[in-house]
Write a protein that binds this ligand. Structure first.
Ligand SMILES: Cc1cc2nc3c(=O)[nH]c(=O)nc-3n(C[C@H](O)[C@H](O)[C@H](O)COP(=O)(O)OP(=O)(O)OC[C@H]3O[C@@H](n4cnc5c(N)ncnc54)[C@H](O)[C@@H]3O)c2cc1C
Length: 378
């Protein structure tokens, strides 16, 4: 038998995550949206509530929970703020390679601070040369004495200006086939966050560029061994980054459903609420069908991962489905609102903007189809 139920502990965890999101994050959203910055209080709230500690093993100060719990938390936080969920998800994406590939010294040095919120992380892979083609990486590394020197530019990096621990992928200056990842601290010489993006959606989430100019990284900060960087980065993005985006998308879909039901119950046309119109009911049904299907796909992948398996392919399916479904849900939610769906005072306009940003992050829908087709053909 396949058990589709959450445990009592997971239900309690969801309740606590929802209460946290509604009481600690929701009040911060208007300012984050208005300024496109002001993310510090949300980051502090995430850290204080141990949201950054969920999947970090207990021996390093984390909660030692699984990817199902991470998905639950992300769904609940994205339901009130996709921008906050995005910063949280990429924070964990930057932490995961240290958990999986880090040496004991690296784990002891970085994980307790990442669990407590003293430090915040990200992964920097994408470059102006194109995120879908990580082998086109032009950021180089060169070993000299006991240090590596990194040179290049990374773009579209979530937490670029917040993270003080960045897992950076670079290519050997002398061997274009050798990619390596490094734990770069923001205080290291030659590291500089530069341009901040102004995105159409997820406005309160920090996204920007980083510059590495003869950035000196101690040799002990090489992560996972020289030449293993592509595996380190792709495992993290495949298993953790895509799973995180699923949580962001599911939370947004749930928010779209709730806003649509509320408006459909309150809006009176022809003397009755529009929830009586079948065209409106069908849109609500379609959002719900997509949401349930996406949840099954997402929690399937997270459960495989918690059972010790690899779930990159299953997460690719879930990421594709939920990112596309979130756009459909946001469009239908705005449509249900009629003219109000174009007015900024109505939250569905934020959902519509946020839904566009879910697509490219952690790989576009086209790239998900490339991965999925490779999987079925193999
Ligand atoms: C909000 C946000 C946050 C992000 N955060 C991070 C982060 O923290 N760290 C990080 O490293 N990166 C991050 N990214 C980058 C993200 O991973 C890339 O945007 C993504 O991989 C796409 O790369 P690109 O934007 O360069 O598009 P391109 O790779 O230039 O793609 C352009 C178009 O070509 C299509 N395409 C490309 N290859 C194929 C193919 N083989 N078959 C069919 N179609 C194809 C794409 O689907 C797309 O439509 C973030 C992006 C966004 C928008």
């Amino acid at each position: 038998m396949i058990d589709f139920t959450f445990t009592d502990e997971q239900e309690l965890f969801r309740k606590a995550a929802r209460e946290f999101a509604e009481t600690q994050i929701a009040p911060l959203v208007p300012k984050m949206e208005e300024t496109g910055r002001d993310w510090d209080p949300a980051i502090k709230a995430l850290c204080d509530a141990e949201m950054m500690a969920i999947t970090i093993p207990e021996e390093y100060g984390g909660l030692g929970l699984g990817y199902v719990e991470r998905l639950i938390a992300l769904e609940e936080i994205a339901r009130v703020s996709v921008a906050t969920a995005m910063m949280m998800q990429v924070g964990a994406l930057g932490t995961a390679p240290i958990i999986v590939f880090g040496s004991e010294e690296q784990k002891k040095k970085y994980l307790p601070g990442l669990a407590s919120g003293k430090h915040f992380a990200t992964v920097a892979v994408t470059e102006p040369s194109g995120g879908s083609d990580p082998k086109g990486c032009t950021t180089t590394y060169k070993k000299q004495g006991d240090s590596y020197f990194l040179n290049g530019r990374k773009c579209f990096i979530t937490n670029s200006h917040i993270a003080d621990v960045q897992v950076v992928m670079a290519v050997d200056e002398e061997n274009p086939d050798s990619f390596s990842t490094f734990i770069v601290e923001s205080g290291m010489k030659g590291f500089k966050p530069t341009h901040e993006e102004h995105k159409v959606g997820m406005r309160g989430c920090n996204t920007g560029e980083i510059e590495l100019k003869d950035c000196e990284v101690p040799a002990e900060n090489l992560l996972g061994g020289e030449g293993k960087g592509m595996r380190v980065a792709m495992t993290a993005i495949g298993d953790v980054g895509r799973g995180g985006m699923v949580g962001c998308s599911l939370g947004l879909q749930q928010a779209c459903l709730e806003a649509s039901i509320k408006f459909a119950n309150e809006r009176i046309l022809y003397g009755k609420p529009i929830n009586r119109l079948q065209a409106i009911q069908f849109k609500l049904a379609e959002i719900k069908i997509d949401l349930d299907a996406g949840r099954l796909l997402g929690y399937r992948a997270a459960s495989i991962q918690d059972a010790g398996g690899r779930s990159s392919n299953e997460f690719a399916v879930a990421k594709y489905y939920t990112a596309e479904a979130a756009q459909r849900a946001a469009k239908m939610a705005a449509d249900i609102h009629g003219g109000y769906g174009c007015m900024e005072e109505f939250v569905v306009t934020r959902y519509l903007r946020d839904s566009f940003v879910l697509g490219p992050s952690a790989g576009t829908s086209d790239i998900m189809k490339v991965i999925i087709s490779r999987w079925v053909l193999s």
